[in-house]
Design a protein around this ligand. Structure first.
Ligand code: UD1
Length: 419
């Protein structure tokens, strides 16, 4: 068990490179199953979730190596179609292996995925869509037994909600289907275009339209290739929230500023100066922050649910009252009670949180409730007076590559210790 010890109250400053996107890397790693030849991936972040995906690939018979952000995967021979329960439980994204394994082998056996506890996270849309593609799915003792001995057949799928995971699963499965698949009301998150970019690299015919339609013309085989994963927009938003909360001036390089438009708008409303050029974002927080207009988390291009907790941490010290409504998940305010231990004044009712800015936050002993909630506590700790101890940081390590190293580069006083 490890913990982070943070001495708050220091302004942040400097330039850091943002890591590759976890939420892109995981479905792309699943996509390696489809390739008939070696795949090389760059900008893969060093995260426990990435290692879990690599273990799933190994179980399937894909030989993988990881070195300095580069994954090589040799999926020439797929030896197994089963994903062990322990690996399924490690993360939500394990479910996207289903579409990939089915497309490549015609069968797959796995259990329900795990992941952060943010309220119910069903997979009914995934199942319904795969059935529409001709997959037979039965559930026995918690195991999903899936097969399509005659291959998958392209069709039109109208998603009831633009689910990121379901869109990815369909794209992976339909890449080797017979005929064309059209996904209407598909997710429009940048990670969808990144997965499409990877699939095109290995020979798939995928087109993503900005209006939320994805068209996939199935091909018989896919080949190898090299691909670089996009930057992590949620990590960028988190470090911006940290600098805004603690005060200071930071530059993030290796970003795609347009991916952060909805988040940037909130920082500007709070009184920060945000500028960008090419792949850099500059944020300056010199004055006390102000409360912002109501934030609603919604599918991209609106404000992302993953940035909700770090932004809330930043708003705890903003002058005035801010309101955040969480529309994606029913239980994504578990960081609120922990922030309260540090002196934050937040009340919640259902999906809405009301944040009344306080003059000071104080160091405290807090526990990461989930990945982004944990990152929010780190942001608050940097802005707090005194020492904060954050425990349960294995959840933070799921999504942030060596968070203490990155924040130390920005001048923070933060260290990792064994509990
Ligand atoms: C979601 C986020 C994604 C974020 C990820 C991790 C959205 C739209 N998606 O992706 O940005 O990176 O969490 O925090 O913001 N749902 C169903 N049935 C399904 C699938 C989903 O009811 O089969 C519901 C979920 O319970 C949730 C909503 O749809 O309320 C969003 O789901 P989805 O986009 O699929 O979730 P993730 O792929 O986990």
């Amino acid at each position: 068990m490890q913990k982070l010890i943070i001495n708050g109250g220091r302004r942040l400053g400097g330039e850091i490179k943002v890591q590759g996107a976890k939420n892109s890397a995981l479905p792309i790693l699943a996509g390696c199953v489809l390739a008939g030849e070696k795949v090389k991936l760059y900008n893969i972040p060093e995260l426990s979730d990435v290692f879990a995906a690599l273990r799933i690939l190994s179980c399937l018979g894909v030989r993988c190596t990881y070195e300095n952000g580069c994954v090589t995967a040799d999926p020439t021979v797929i030896e197994s179609v089963c994903v062990p329960d322990a690996l399924m439980r490690e993360m939500r994204s394990s479910i996207v292996f289903l579409g990939a394994v089915l497309a490549r082998t015609g069968e797959c056996r796995l259990t329900f995925p795990g992941g952060c506890e943010l309220g119910p996270r069903p997979i009914d849309m995934h199942i319904r869509a795969l059935r529409q593609l001709g997959v037979s799915i039965t559930e026995k003792y918690g195991e999903l037994i899936c097969s399509c001995p005659h291959g998958v057949k392209g069709t039109v799928i109208n998603l009831p909600f633009p689910s990121v995971g379901a869109t990815e699963n369909i794209m992976l499965c339909a890449s080797m289907a017979e005929g064309e698949t059209v996904i209407n009301n598909a997710a429009r998150e940048p990670e969808i275009e990144d997965l499409a970019g990877f699939l095109r690299t290995i020979g798939a015919k995928v087109r993503v339209s900005p209006s939320g339609t994805v068209r996939i013309k199935g091909v018989k085989t896919l080949h190898g290739g090299e691909y670089t994963v996009m930057p992590d927009r949620i990590c960028a938003a988190t470090f911006m929230a940290a600098a805004a909360a603690a005060g200071g001036e930071i530059t993030l390089k290796g970003t795609v500023p347009s991916h952060l438009n909805a988040v940037t708008e909130v920082f500007e409303q709070a009184g920060c100066l945000v500028a960008d050029s090419e792949d850099k974002i500059f944020l300056s927080a010199k004055k006390p922050l102000r409360a912002v207009r109501e934030i609603q988390t919604l599918p991209y291009p609106a404000f992302p649910t993953d940035a909700q907790a770090p932004i809330m941490a930043m708003l705890t010290k903003a002058e005035g009252t801010s309101v955040i409504t969480e529309n994606i998940f029913t239980s994504r305010f578990r960081h609120v009670d922990e922030l309260a231990r540090m002196g934050a004044d937040i009340s919640t009712e259902g999906r809405t949180a009301v944040i009344r800015g306080v003059k000071k936050l104080y160091g405290a002993k807090v526990m990461a409730p989930d990945l982004r909630g944990g990152a929010a506590l780190v942001c608050a700790a940097l802005a707090a007076e005194g020492e904060t101890t954050v425990t349960n940081i294995k959840l933070i390590d799921r999504g942030y590559e060596n968070i203490e190293k990155t924040l130390t580069e920005l001048g923070a006083d933060i260290r990792r210790e064994k509990s």
